[in-house]
Design a protein around this ligand. Structure first.
Ligand code: IPD
Ligand code: CA
Ligand code: CA
Length: 258
């Protein structure tokens, strides 16, 4: 029942993204330059809330645009109604709906759907990860030097030691391809599917990574924070890899050489 409602909400939100993709919609700015929110982010969120509330009126909901509906429940839905809003607003089809479900403080289920590529990723704790119902697995690449990586940059520049541009520059100077898709949930799912060998980002919110991180782990990958600790979506940094290159990439992100 929980999974059914998760899929229903994810599909309904993705249908709204698709419906509005060729229409005019309003775009406004949140704090910072180019931190956008569109009318469609709100519409997507509305339909997700409606479906959850109809089925589970007492569940806790945390969602990017509406904040938290705090309720005393062991179930918590963590929602990004559109991950990759800047892409969506520019009609770039790399964006998705991302919904994770936490039970008693642990993410147990996740779904990420990009309706433009028709790719529906999902995972359930200890039951594996799938792409359009077919099982997926992380890559087998053995080193960072042989890897194809992906990263993301926060809306506001992070001026810190070993910050996003420093790590990016170090990898690029050594000839390691590092892509920037503009959707953290897609980045994570594409690591899970073995398209990328690793992903790192310095500053994410829980709704960006809640579903994708479980999908990577269930696809056999490894996910930690930027210090190598067990991943917690309520802190900002993330490294998600095929597991084999994890320690190497972690060392690079912490300031080591490629
Ligand atoms: C953003 C995307 C992007 C990442 C940013 C996120 P949004 O989410 O996931 O890839 O680099 O940190 O905020 O704003 O499109 O939902
Ligand atoms: Ca996001
Ligand atoms: Ca978003």
């Amino acid at each position: 029942m929980l999974k059914q409602v998760l899929y229903e909400a994810t599909n309904a939100a993705a249908a709204i993204m698709k419906e509005y993709a060729n229409k005019n919609f309003t775009i406004s700015n949140k704090e910072g330059i180019n931190n956008l929110v569109t009318e469609v982010d709100h519409k997507s969120e509305e339909v997700i809330f409606k479906i959850i509330k109809e089925n589970f009126p007492d569940h806790y909901i945390l969602s990017e645009e509406s904040g938290a509906l705090i309720q005393d429940s062991k179930y918590k839905w963590i929602i990004d109604p559109i991950d990759g809003t800047v892409n969506y607003a520019n009609r770039i089809p790399i964006c998705c709906v991302s919904i994770g479900i936490e039970i008693s403080g642990k993410i147990q289920m996740g779904a990420v759907f990009n309706p433009f590529l028709n790719e529906f990723f999902s995972a359930e704790k200890d039951k594996g990860a799938t792409l359009n119902d077919a099982s997926i697995h992380v890559s087998n690449t053995q080193s960072v030097k042989q890897s194809c990586l992906v990263t993301g940059f926060p809306y506001t520049y992070l001026d810190m030691e070993n910050g996003p541009l420093e790590v990016f520059s170090k990898l690029i100077r050594k000839g390691v391809p590092v892509r920037r898709l503009g959707s953290a949930a897609m980045d994570l799912c594409w690591v899970a599917a073995g398209r990328f060998d690793g992903f790192y980002e310095h500053k994410l919110n829980a709704w960006d990574s809640a579903a994708g991180y479980l999908i990577v782990e269930e696809a056999g990958g490894k996910v930690t924070d930027l210090k190598g600790n067990y991943y917690n979506p309520y802190q900002p940094g993330i490294i998600a890899t095929n597991g084999i290159i994890h320690q190497q990439l972690l060392d690079v992100v912490k300031g080591g050489d490629v």
